[in-house]
Each structure stands twice: as structure tokens, then as C-alpha cells.
Design a protein around this ligand. Structure first.
Ligand code: ASP
Length: 412
């Protein structure tokens, strides 16, 4: 019997096929079977996403409990925590500075005015949420009835419950060894299921890409091409230069080795635009391909998927300056500082699902009095921008776990 090409080759072929199919469907005149093909792609793509979501909650829960329970010595736990948070804040801060820098350097939006898009923005009302309400809602979402959070797939709340249980297992000690073993085995079984789901990845990713390419608003994309190019270019710079450089400086892992180990997760993040849906694959890549210690990966990656979003932070900073230019407003240094903090908060609070960065974008615009109806322009092009942004968000989590593994993994 003939051997199939490797999974990575199949994924690559699937992606190329999806893009080519999407182009073909988007070309006028509409292909005769276009509707049926899109319908089929929707079903297959959604099935793939549903399979990933099916395993997401038990995997996140068991991974964090096991990760924390294994960081047995207290001072080691402290070191892992602090290194993880320091890494998240530092890299998101860097991403925001990059976003600002690119928007100042390339000045996208110059020559355009918000008034030119009056038709697009007229009927649009952004969902407003003042900063204090946003913070209050974020804090209230942290601690919930565990059964509700698990049932509703509320990842941040699941992360919190799992942290508590992990810590309780550490403090409880040997007496609770059986529960620890049980949850550890649950995690191994979930990862085994992720391995099966990955076999469907070439087909699932092809279907999702086909839909993505076939359903874009090309006219709007063209009129905002400069802004899109600046955001995508800067995000890629962060993902291809900045993060790999940090990784190499701290761990001496070469960018090539990193991307080879991380590619399944990066491609899935790009195509699904969801750090959360990608999480099962991110964990698999970090533990099995990048060989990060299980307890570190299990802790850093799920936390990062909800709180560490370099791509989102960079986007919010660049987009705020873009909107300011469209509206003819010059932002002073103090206002840019405010955007820095609100963009960081927005990126931390945004759950890892498609286009949630848009919700906190409203917050960023409001924080310095920029017109929130500009969101009506950003939304239709967001599916495209969300691809690279999410891939870099996920990359940050994997780089973070390698860095934390190096700096804090051996302590104790
Ligand atoms: N889609 C992004 C993610 O899942 C969040 C965002 O919209 O920025 O990481």
C-alpha cells in the first residue's frame, strides 16, 4: 500500500487547496456550484472546530491542575508565576511600542478621512463599555461556579478553578496522590484524542481557508490596503524577528527549530483566528515537538491563550493611531500612554476567540475620545487581520513556555 505524505505536508497541501478554491469561488462570474461548495466547506470546517472545542475544556482543566500540582516546591511555583507574568507583560509592551512605531513611521490613513466612509459608519453603533465597567466585568468573570464555567467553556474561569485545585493538591500532599494521578491520566487521554483530531486538520483547515478567501469584501480591503499592509507587516515582524530573537537570546533555540516544532499550532491559529480553539494543538506542539517540560507547558500555554496576546495588543495600538489620523486628531504623549495601558488591558481581557480584539478596540478608542463608529470600518476587514494576529498570539505563548522553562523550570 502506498504511504501517505507526512501530516505537515498534508496540512500544507490542504491550505494551498483551500486558498485556490476560495479564489476560484470569489472570481466573477460565480461558479455554478459555488453555493454547494461553500455549504460543504462550512460543514467540514465547523466539524473540525467543534472537535477541537470538544476536547478543549477537559484538556485545559487537567493540564493546569497537573501543571501546578507538579510544581511542588512553593518557591518554584513562585518563580514560574513571576517569570511567566513578566514575560507576558514585557512582550505585550514591546508589541504595543512596535504598533505605535509603525503607525508613526508609515502613517497609514493619511489622505483618507472618516467622512469618506460615512455610508459604512452611518448605521453603526459600537457596543460601548466604559473602562470601569470593563474591568468590573473582567474581574467578575474570573471566579465562577466551576460546573457552570466547565459547562459553558468559559476558559478564564476554568483556568482559575484549575489553579486553585492544583494549589490545593500541592498543599494537600501525598494524601491526594490518587486524584493527581487520575487528572494526569485524563490529560494524557485528551492529548491522545487531539492526535486523532489532527489527522482531520488538512481537510478542516482547507475548508476554513476556502470560506475565508471566498467571502471577503475586496473593495473595502483595497481601500484600506495600506493600513492592512502596515498592521500585517508589523505583526509579522514581531512574530518572525522579535519573538524568535528573544527566544534565541534566552534559550539558544534556533528560529528554524522553533517554527518547525510550532507550525501545526501556528497554521491552525492563522486559519481559525482563535487561540482558544487552537489551544489543544498548541499544548501538543509545546510538549511533544518543542519538548517543554510538561508542568511548565501545562501552566504557561493555557494561561497565555487567554491573557498573553501580542498580536492583539500591537493591533489595538496601531489601529487607534490610524483612527485618530482618519478623524484628523493628533494624539499627544499622555494620550498615547493611556492607549498603551488600555490596549494591554484589552489584550489581557480579550478571550481567545475570533475578533474579540474588536470589543476592547472600542474601549481603546473611547479611552482617548476617538470616534467609536470607526469600528464599522475595522470590523469588515477584521477577519483577515485576525489571522496573523492570532498566529502571533499563539506563538507568544509557545515562546513564553520555552523561556519560562529555561529560566524557571530547573529551580528548586
Ligand atoms: N482572535 C484573537 C485570538 O484568539 C483575539 C483577537 O481578536 O484579537 O487570539
Amino acid at each position: 500500500m502506498k504511504k501517505l505524505p507526512s501530516l505537515n505536508t498534508q496540512i500544507l497541501l490542504g491550505c494551498l487547496l483551500g486558498i485556490a478554491g476560495g479564489w476560484w469561488l470569489a472570481l466573477p462570474p460565480a461558479a455554478p456550484l459555488a453555493g454547494d461548495v461553500l455549504y460543504g466547506a462550512k460543514i467540514v470546517g465547523n466539524l473540525f472546530l467543534d472537535l477541537l472545542r470538544m476536547v478543549l475544556v477537559p484538556l485545559v482543566f487537567s493540564s493546569i491542575v497537573v501543571g501546578v500540582a507538579n510544581l511542588r516546591a512553593h518557591h518554584r511555583m513562585h518563580r514560574v508565576w513571576t517569570t511567566t507574568l513578566a514575560f507576558f507583560f514585557a512582550t505585550m509592551g514591546l508589541a504595543i511600542v512596535l504598533g505605535f512605531g509603525a503607525a508613526h513611521l508609515f502613517r497609514p490613513g493619511e489622505g483618507l478621512q472618516l467622512a469618506m466612509f460615512a455610508e459604512a459608519t452611518r448605521h453603526f453603533e459600537a457596543r460601548q463599555m466604559p473602562l470601569p465597567d470593563y474591568i468590573a466585568a473582567f474581574l467578575r468573570g474570573l471566579f465562577q461556579n466551576p460546573f457552570k464555567a466547565l459547562a459553558q467553556g468559559d476558559i478564564l474561569a476554568v483556568v482559575m478553578i484549575a489553579l486553585f485545585l492544583g494549589i490545593a493538591l500541592v498543599i494537600g500532599g501525598e494524601r491526594y496522590r490518587n486524584i493527581r494521578t487520575l487528572i494526569g491520566e485524563l490529560q494524557e487521554l485528551c492529548l491522545m484524542i487531539v492526535g486523532w483530531i489532527m489527522r482531520l486538520a488538512p481537510l478542516g483547515l482547507a475548508a476554513l481557508l476556502l470560506q475565508l478567501v471566498a467571502t471577503q469584501n475586496h473593495a473595502l480591503l483595497a481601500s484600506l490596503a495600506e493600513f492592512i499592509a502596515v498592521v500585517v507587516g508589523t505583526t509579522l515582524f514581531h512574530g518572525i524577528v522579535v519573538l524568535p530573537l528573544i527566544l534565541w537570546l534566552v534559550t539558544r533555540v534556533s528560529p528554524l527549530a522553533f517554527f518547525k516544532g510550532a507550525r501545526e499550532a501556528l497554521i491552525t491559529a492563522f486559519v481559525t483566528s482563535s487561540s482558544a480553539a487552537t489551544l489543544p494543538i498548541t499544548l501538543r506542539c509545546t510538549e511533544q515537538h518543542l519538548h517543554v517540560k510538561k508542568d511548565i507547558a501545562s501552566f504557561v500555554v493555557p494561561l497565555g491563550a487567554t491573557a498573553n496576546m501580542d498580536g492583539t495588543a500591537l493591533y489595538e495600538a496601531a489601529a487607534a493611531l490610524f483612527v485618530a489620523r482618519l478623524a484628523g486628531i493628533e494624539l499627544d504623549l499622555a494620550q498615547q500612554m493611556i492607549i498603551f495601558f488600555v490596549a494591554m488591558l484589552g489584550a489581557i481581557g480579550a478571550p481567545g476567540i475570533p475578533s474579540t480584539g474588536m470589543l476592547s478596540m472600542v474601549l481603546v478608542l473611547e479611552s482617548v475620545g476617538l470616534p467609536t463608529e470607526a469600528i464599522a470600518l475595522l470590523l469588515p476587514i477584521d477577519r483577515i487581520l485576525d489571522t496573523v494576529r492570532t498566529a502571533v498570539n499563539v506563538e507568544g505563548d509557545m515562546v513564553g513556555s520555552l523561556v519560562v522553562d529555561k529560566l524557571a523550570g530547573d529551580a528548586g
